[in-house]
Design a protein around this ligand. Structure first.
Ligand code: MG
Length: 387
């Protein structure tokens, strides 16, 4: 077991993943150190984190927000870096051992790419990177000998369960889905859903984008594509089951019928800690299941009529190429439009499908082409909203 201190660059430290990661680091008894922190615009919170963790660097990507903040109370050994180039700089810095990629959406791609190029271990919480550019990102990691460790709770569970057998012995992987707040609603009732309804998640406390993705089940669609790239599974080998208690975080079914699952309370600290401490397991700050309580675990198939996103995820995982990037960008723009009150809840997935069907498919796109299509898909959603 390693006794050396691991230097962690926490990218997106003021978000939901980032704040959980800092709790894990604070509870690590000195074996993990936050060497870099980054935020987009939440400067006051970032400054507070810097005072507590005394990192070598803090990065602010929204330079306007940074200029309105008084940084005079920054600890003496901490350097402030402004702009997106700062993320790339700290992700590739020699002193960094692990990059926790916790920046939401396609904004996280550039720094993840830089970390992999620099042969870092990337604890990847940003699933959009794999959804958008899975073929290129996994190839880059393999070429450089960099490691991608999943922080998404489902993928962390699958990663752990896969260790129970050989790859050719795996029959399928099954992603569990809480079903979000609208699991029981009819198609008619779904049409009446408001922004406030969608932002209330029954089991997980997360940022707004992923909470809406969870309500539409687009989150599961993105996770199907993420699984395809992380574990080399075909679309047909990836299933989704609704499990409202969010205790089983996913499971692997082997050819003999054995199912290996990972269980823990719904809390992101455990998957974050697993990735940061990997390959070791250590005691930490994650909550534990109480076996003195009576537990009930329910499972059921997701309804394709009410949650058409899952089918879309399977199609994109199967077709590959530019589909993931277009789906991801269209969804980000559609979720934004929904949060702005410009799109109904039930229009999010159809908007994504129509943008996907209209796009100029390319089976082997370059990164530049993917970034270009990302911009195009967002524009298309804006047009869809205006119609
Ligand atoms: Mg997840």
């Amino acid at each position: 077991m390693s006794t050396r201190v691991k230097n962690v660059a926490v990218l997106g430290s003021t978000g939901s993943i980032g704040t959980n990661a800092l709790e894990v680091i604070a509870g690590s008894e000195g074996r993990l150190r936050a060497i870099a922190l980054s935020a987009h615009g939440k400067c006051t919170r970032l400054l507070g984190q810097a005072q507590r963790f005394k990192p070598r660097w803090v990065v602010v990507t929204d330079e306007k927000a940074a200029s309105k903040t008084d940084w005079s109370s920054l600890p003496p050994g901490t350097e402030l870096i402004l702009g997106r180039a700062g993320l790339v700089q700290v992700a590739a810095a020699q002193e960094v051992d692990v990059v926790l990629a916790g920046i939401v959406g396609s904004a996280g791609l550039e720094s993840t790419w830089a970390a992999l190029e620099a042969k870092k271990t990337v604890a990847l919480a940003n699933k959009e990177t794999l959804v958008m550019a899975g073929a290129l990102v996994t190839r880059l990691a393999a070429d450089r000998g960099a490691t991608i460790l999943p922080v998404d709770s489902e993928h962390c569970a699958i990663f752990q369960a896969l260790q129970a057998g050989r790859r050719e012995e795996v029959r399928r992987i099954v992603l569990t889905a809480s079903g979000g707040p609208f699991r029981e609603l009819s198609v008619e009732q779904l049409k009446q859903v408001t922004v406030d309804d969608a932002l209330l998640h029954p089991t997980w406390n997360m940022g707004p984008k992923i909470t809406i993705d969870s309500a539409t089940m687009m989150n599961k669609a993105l996770e199907i594509i993420e699984s395809h790239w992380l574990f080399g599974m075909e679309s047909e080998q990836i299933d989704v089951v609704v499990h409202p208690q969010s205790i089983i975080h996913s499971f692997v079914e082997f050819v003999d019928g054995s199912i290996i699952a990972q269980l823990s309370p719904p809390d992101m600290k455990l998957p974050i800690q697993y990735a940061l401490d990997y390959p070791d397991r250590r005691p930490g700050v994650s909550p534990r299941l109480d076996w003195n309580m009576r537990w009930q675990l329910d499972f059921g198939p997701p309804s394709p009529e009410r949650f058409p996103a899952i089918q879309l995820g399977h199609e994109c995982a199967k077709t590959g190429g530019t589909c993931g990037a277009v789906l991801n960008a269209a969804n980000e723009a559609a979720v934004e439009a929904f949060l702005e009150g410009e799109l109904h809840f039930t229009e999010i997935v159809p908007a994504c499908r129509s943008v996907l069907e209209a796009h100029n498919f390319d089976a082997n796109p370059t990164l530049e082409r993917l970034i270009e299509l990302d911009g195009w898909a967002r524009q298309e959603v804006t047009r869809w909203v205006c119609v």
